[in-house]
Design a protein around this ligand. Structure first.
Ligand SMILES: NC(=O)C1=CN([C@@H]2O[C@H](COP(=O)(O)OP(=O)(O)OC[C@H]3O[C@@H](n4cnc5c(N)ncnc54)[C@H](OP(=O)(O)O)[C@@H]3O)[C@@H](O)[C@H]2O)C=CC1
Ligand SMILES: CC(=O)N[C@@H](CCC(=O)OP(=O)(O)O)C(=O)O
Length: 344
């Protein structure tokens, strides 16, 4: 059994890790941290886990976490970078769901996150956690910076087009929408029911911290710097990310886009290319680790529209982290991740 620890067990992605790992046949969760709920049984706080998990919260303690084979950080940025060096030195595998190890250019990270990075040497060693792009490096890695939620959907949508150099890499537009759980469980006025329901709004238009992360991934795929406009929106729903990705074909002769997407993702366990003409809905992935994608040429001209949906808490966070763990520990990649989406 893989012995797992979770730092940040009271937040949305931490609880989602617990939901999935409690049913994973190859993992036992041995440590779960909370600074405020020390000693409280997890299932008292989250009754959805009653009967599935007999474990109490404890305060984060590197000594205790170092007894685990793998430690997940489901914490705000700045936490994993402080605790990881010792865990790494002691041979523990670390999977950060936050952003501390995602961006290779540390100065760029410090600008966007307004925070000094305390272990730039580990950033260089870390592998970006998006299996569809980096599976072989993940297999060998000890430290993973899991892809962010918007970046997962945007990169999976653009990947087949950029890899084949089919689109103008200078003019990419990602119009993205997220459910409110993307903002985490911490109390804030902006996430109150009365502020978010029956209303939609864009935010971070002049610059969102996922912009450099998406740009880094798309640049790797294209093999040269890309031009990207990324606009996130907050939607009146709890889970889900919907991205509409626009691009312009370099050569308007039909490159067989449907076939291209189907072939590229044929062996990917968690990417579903929908039939031609269909539009994936966020509820078709709610609670599951799937990304569902469709590709369109609306006017049969040179414009390509890709639609991609994920559950931000699963393929956008906890599910992706567990998929990565399965790869790192040479388990079947889809083990524990077979949940079917909740409909309606
Ligand atoms: N929500 C989402 O859709 C996604 C989130 N992420 C990333 O995952 C991470 C967690 O997100 P989310 O679960 O939404 O966040 P939440 O705000 O819901 O939870 C944060 C958790 O971190 C713990 N925590 C906070 N500060 C510290 C600290 N200094 N030391 C130790 N533990 C701490 C809290 O526990 P306590 O206070 O009890 O100790 C809490 O359990 C973030 O980096 C986020 O950016 C990534 C993709 C998607
Ligand atoms: C709706 C909402 O507020 N979403 C968050 C992004 C989700 C997240 O937690 O960011 P990471 O994927 O980088 O960890 C935001 O825009 O800041």
């Amino acid at each position: 059994m893989i012995k797992a620890g979770i730092v940040g067990g009271t937040g949305y992605t931490g609880v989602e890790l617990l939901r999935i790992l409690s049913a994973h046949p190859g993992v036992s969760v041995d440590v779960i941290t909370s600074r405020s709920e020390d000693g409280i049984p997890v299932a008292d706080m989250f009754p959805s886990l009653r009967g599935h998990l007999d474990l109490a919260y404890s305060v984060p303690d590197v000594e205790k976490l170092a007894q685990c084979d793998v430690v997940f950080f489901a914490t705000p940025h700045g936490v994993a970078m402080n605790m990881s060096p010792e865990l790494i030195a002691r041979g523990v595998k670390v999977i950060d769901l936050g952003a501390d190890f995602r961006i290779k250019d540390v100065a760029l990270w410090e600008t966007w996150y307004n925070h000094e990075h305390t272990c730039p040497d580990l950033v260089a060693k870390a592998v970006y956690g998006l299996p569809e792009m980096n599976r072989e490096q993940i297999r060998e890695a000890q430290l993973i910076g899991c892809a962010g939620c918007y970046p997962t959907a945007a990169q999976l949508g653009y990947l087949p087009l950029l890899e084949k150099q089919l689109i103008d890499h200078r003019r990419l537009i990602a119009d993205c929408k997220s459910g409110v759980s993307g903002a985490g469980r911490g109390a804030s006025i902006g996430t109150l029911l009365c502020e978010t329901s029956e209303s939609v709004k864009a935010y971070g238009v002049s610059g969102h911290r996922h912009l450099p992360e998406i740009r880094q991934g798309l640049t790797q795929l294209a093999g040269r710097p890309v031009g990207l406009t990324f606009v996130p929106h907050l939607m009146p729903m709890i889970r889900g990310i919907h991205t509409t990705l626009y691009s312009v074909l370099r050569d308007p002769v039909d490159p067989g886009l449907q076939q291209l997407f189907e072939e590229r993702y044929a062996n990917e366990p968690f990417v579903d290319v929908m039939p031609a003409g269909s539009c994936p809905e966020t509820r078709s992935v709610k609670g599951s680790n799937f990304c569902r994608i469709s590709v369109h040429r609306p006017q049969d001209d040179d414009t390509v529209v890709v639609l991609a949906v994920i559950d931000n808490l699963v393929k956008g966070a906890a599910g992706q982290a567990i998929q990565v763990m399965n790869i790192m520990f040479e388990r079947p990649e889809a083990e524990g991740l077979q949940q079917i989406a909740l409909m309606p």
